[in-house]
Every structure is written in C-alpha cells, then in structure tokens.
Write a protein that binds this ligand. Structure first.
Ligand code: ACO
Length: 428
C-alpha cells in the first residue's frame, strides 16, 4: 500500500503522508491542507472520522470488541489487577512493582486531606443539589485552594499534582454523596487500601462500626477499572482541549466532569436505571419500550444501548453483566430491574432495528444495577464513573502536555449572513 493519500479538489491535487499506529490503524495527516490549498479545510461534525492526537495509552477496536490499557487487555486487568495498579499503569506507562505501588499509594495518602474551608462550600449547596454539580464545583474549588499551575517540565511537580488529585478526588466524591444523604463529612483512614478507604468515606455511618464487605470491595475495584480510560471520548477530549490552553490539571479535570455528566455520555448510567424503573412502574412491558425506541417520532432512546465506537459488542458490558449476576447473587438480592434489563437485552439482540444499526448494550447498561446493589444512590452513579475515569483523564492530560501538543482550536465553515450595513436602533 502507498504511504500517501492524494486529494483532488477541482484541478488541484494535494498529497498527504499517512500515519500508521502500532496496531496498523491508518490516518491521513492533513496538517498541511489549509496552507497548501490556501484555505480548504475538512469538516467532520462529532469527529466521527477525525483523530485528534497520537496516543500510547489506550487501544480499542470497536469492530472486534478489543479494549487494552497500555497493551494489557481489559479482561485481564479487571480480573487480576487492583484499581490503583491500573491507575499507575495508565498514568506512568507500565504496571508497577510492589515497591512502586506502595510508594504511589503512600504519596497519595499524604496528599489526601482537603482544606477544611471546602466544607463551607458544601454547606452552601442545597440538599437536593445533583452530586455531579457538587463534584464539578468542588474540583474547580480545588484550583482556588491549589493555585500554582504545574510546571510540566518538572517531573517532580507533575508527580505532586497527580498524587494530590488522586488523593483529594475520592474525598470530594464521598462528600458529594454524604451531602445528599445528610451524613457528617469524614476523611476515612490512611490505614486502609485505596478502594476500602473510598468505601469507608462513602458508607460509614456516625453511629455504626464500619465493616468492609469484600464482595462490594471487589465489585467496586472492577467497576472503576472498567471505567478508567476509553481513549478520546467526549470528557477525555474535553480534558485534553482545556489542558491544551495550559490550564492546570484540576481545572482541566473539572471541565471533564461537566462533559461526563451528559446523558449521552457518563450520565447514561443514571438514565438507564431511571428508564428501567419507569418501565417497571409502567407494568414491565419491555416490548412497548422497544417500539418507542424504534419510533423516529418518539424522542425515547434505549439508554445503555449503542456506542460511537463499539459496533459489535462493548467488552466492558460483558464483564459487567457477569459482575452484576455475581454481586446480586452473593449479596442475596433479587432485583426485578435485572429481569427487565435482561428482557430488553434479549429483545434488542434479535431485533432488526438494533442489529442493523449495531446497537449493543454498553458499559452503563448493567453498572447502575451493581451500584444500586451496593447501596449507592442513583444520582451518584455518574460520580462513580468520574472516580473511575480520573486516572484516564490524568494520563491523557499528562501525555498531551508532555507531547507539547498545540492549543485545540478547530476551524469552521461560516454559514451566516454576508456583510450587511449597520442600521441604527431607531430605524430598525
Ligand atoms: N436507542 C434507539 N436508537 C438508537 C440508540 C438507542 N440507544 N442509539 C442509536 N440509535 C439509532 C439512532 O437513532 C440512529 O438511527 P438512524 O440511523 O435511523 O438515524 C442510529 O442508531 C445511529 O445513532 P447515532 O446517534 O448516529 O450514533 P452515535 O455514534 O452518534 O451515538 C450514542 C452513540 C450517543 C452512544 C447513542 O447510541 C446513544 O444515544 N445511546 C444511548 C445513550 C447511552 O447509552 N450513552 C452511553 C454511551 S457509553 C459511555 O459514554 C460510557
């Protein structure tokens, strides 16, 4: 195959080099198009065909259902690694040895105290505030409490910023939940593992001895690993674009949280559970909702189905489905919502509308069922997604800054009015 692409526009032709990735993915590098053609650009709404960067963090093949972080398969990581090991691999490139992991964890713990004044900000939120709103505001507030921007040329400063956000973010996640639950804010304990501490901070009651449930711990570890990175999705692209202006790490992550909140992205896990609940309340007629999803005059979509990249199956959905069965079984929970989810999945998998459009359950179709079994309120589901995605956002921000990528600034094709004369207000 030739190593160049030729674009013919009218009588002119332009030549572009191809870029080949380590998994043989091919891109046409159109970097010189606008200058060479004196103004022609490409347009691709939603960036369905546009790569924004070269990245060594996550590989996914949507057709084959492959997902790997730093070369390690998601199946192996979910079954054999801890979330903190995966976070380390995403951020620093390789799985850590025992000593590296211990140092990373103790550095994170040493930075996990959040300024007491942040509690005043939490006090000011109404009790019914959405925890994603609380989390994104508190993460922005961290910028104010930690104003120095990171000197990315200093490995030490970069590392300090990373362990700081890894330490403080779970505290904010837990406090967002405790606020809506009306529970006193706490700090957990540095004697615990990362996930155990997250659980203590979230679930500990002021009048009860706290005990770690190993089933919940292992399911939470797995869920966070499955959400830890997913290459250039909406929130990650947001983090990279915001960071490309040299805004700091915390500010970039706060923007990513807002992007994640939408129901077409991370907000889908909350939307799935609400959808399953309303189908149950409406008598459990899944066929009726399948028909609504297919009706182009009805805005209803089957939440938790479809994915921009996975057009075969989402490998994370497979792992999560098994985990949901396991957790509900082990905890002895019989959730009728799971039966509705299974029925919808079965119908969709054999329905021509879904089959032709390659719409399969995505990672969020089953995650809400597990979160609910763990006793996490539904509004917190997307917050849990953010907790899992944090290492991915950090890794992508770090890579973008170290590769010295230019500021993200797309072009446009203007389709508005041509020049018109200004008419004074009295004559309009
Ligand atoms: N229910 C019904 N129809 C759907 C669904 C769905 N969930 N998803 C896509 N379709 C249909 C569209 O109507 C469209 O049909 P058409 O070709 O007849 O017009 C076709 O399938 C293609 O859909 P697009 O929206 O063009 O696909 P896109 O790649 O832009 O969107 C997305 C992907 C946003 C995930 C979409 O499938 C969706 O809205 N799903 C529901 C929300 C959801 O679960 N989001 C979570 C994604 S995973 C994550 O962010 C972690």
């Amino acid at each position: 195959m030739s190593d160049k692409a030729i674009l013919q526009v009218g009588d002119n032709s332009y030549e572009f080099p191809l870029i080949k990735g380590t998994e043989n993915e091919i891109a046409i590098n159109v970097k010189t198009l606008r200058t060479a053609s004196q103004g022609i650009i490409t347009i691709d709404p939603g960036f369905k065909n546009t790569g924004s960067c070269e990245s060594a963090i996550t590989f996914l093949d949507g057709e084959k259902g492959i997902l790997r972080y730093r070369g390690y398969s998601i199946e192996e990581l979910a079954n054999k690694a801890s979330f903190l090991e995966v976070a380390y691999a995403l951020i620093f490139g390789d799985l850590p040895n025992k000593e590296q992991l211990d140092t990373f964890h103790s550095d994170i713990k040493s930075k996990s105290v959040v300024d007491e004044d942040v509690k005043k900000i939490i006090d000011a939120f109404p009790k019914n505030a959405h925890p994603m709103g609380i989390l994104s505001s508190l993460t922005s507030a961290l910028v104010a409490f930690n104003p120095s921007s990171v000197n990315v040329d200093s490995e030490e400063e970069m590392y300090r910023a990373i362990v700081k956000i890894m330490g403080k973010f779970p505290v904010l996640v837990a406090w967002a939940m405790r606020k809506i639950e009306g529970l006193p804010l706490n700090y957990g304990s540095n004697s615990l593992g990362y996930i155990e501490n997250v659980m203590k901070m979230m679930f500990e009651k002021p009048n009860e001895e706290f005990e770690i449930n190993p089933i919940i711990k292992s399911a939470l570890d797995k869920l966070l690993i499955l959400h830890a990175d997913h290459e250039q999705n909406c929130s990650t692209s947001t983090v990279r674009v915001v960071g490309s202006s040299h805004a700091g790490l915390f500010a970039s992550i706060s923007a990513g949280i807002s992007a994640l909140w939408g129901p077409l992205h991370g907000g889908a896990n909350q939307a799935v559970l609400e959808m399953l609940e309303s189908i149950k309340a409406d008598g459990g007629d899944t066929k009726k909702y399948m028909a609504k999803a297919k009706d182009k005059n009805d805005p209803f979509r089957l939440m938790g189905f479809g994915h921009r990249v996975y057009k075969n199956f989402d490998p994370r959905a497979k792992i999560i489905k098994e985990a949901a069965d396991e957790v509900l079984n082990d905890l002895g929970i019989n959730d009728p919502i799971l039966d509705i989810a299974r029925a919808l999945e079965q119908e969709a998998l054999s329905d021509p509308y879904f089959v032709e459009r390659k719409l399969y359950p995505n990672v969020d179709f089953y995650s809400g069922i597990i979160y609910r079994a763990m006793g996490i309120p539904v509004e917190m589901f997307t917050v849990m997604f953010a907790l899992g995605r944090l290492p991915g956002w950090i890794a992508q921000w770090k890579e973008m800054r170290l590769r010295k990528e230019p500021i993200g600034r797309p072009r446009q094709i203007y389709i508005g009015e041509n020049y018109r004369e200004f008419i004074p207000i009295g004559k309009r």
